[in-house]
Design a protein around this ligand. Sequence first.
Ligand code: 5GP
Ligand code: ZN
Length: 127
Amino acid sequence: MAIEITTLPGCPFCEKAELIIENDYAKAFWDIHPVNPGHTLIVPKRHVSDWWGVLPEEKVAIDDLVMQMKAILDEKYHPDAYNIGMNLGADAGQTVFHAHVHLIPRYFGDMRVPEGGVRNLIPRKLK
Ligand code: 5GP
Ligand code: ZN
């Protein structure tokens, strides 16, 4: 049975209309404050506050767009690497409570020492 796409009035991601790509259950758009050129957000079309509530079919749809966006970003920006990340809960940094995956292209030299990647979430714990 198809998933019903329920939305929340006022949610910026439910109302997001300028899409890069979409499929039945997910959509991708540029982050309004990109960490790097090409920073993309991939979200379920249905309003759900975070990944813990995303349904299996929606996860497949999101993964499909992650893969398609990688191809688009490779062609458009030629990044050297990527980070994929999710902030799940305010104490992990989440500010928009509609589930989303950050796809962040990385470029040689954009950090002096990139080693550790997503491990470097707590600056005072950096080696
Ligand atoms: P979070 O901190 O919740 O993981 O990430 C929310 C992301 O959404 C941030 O990177 C922020 O720049 C982006 N963002 C917030 N509001 C909007 C919006 O209205 N449109 C778009 N495209 N991105 C947004
Ligand atoms: Zn929403």
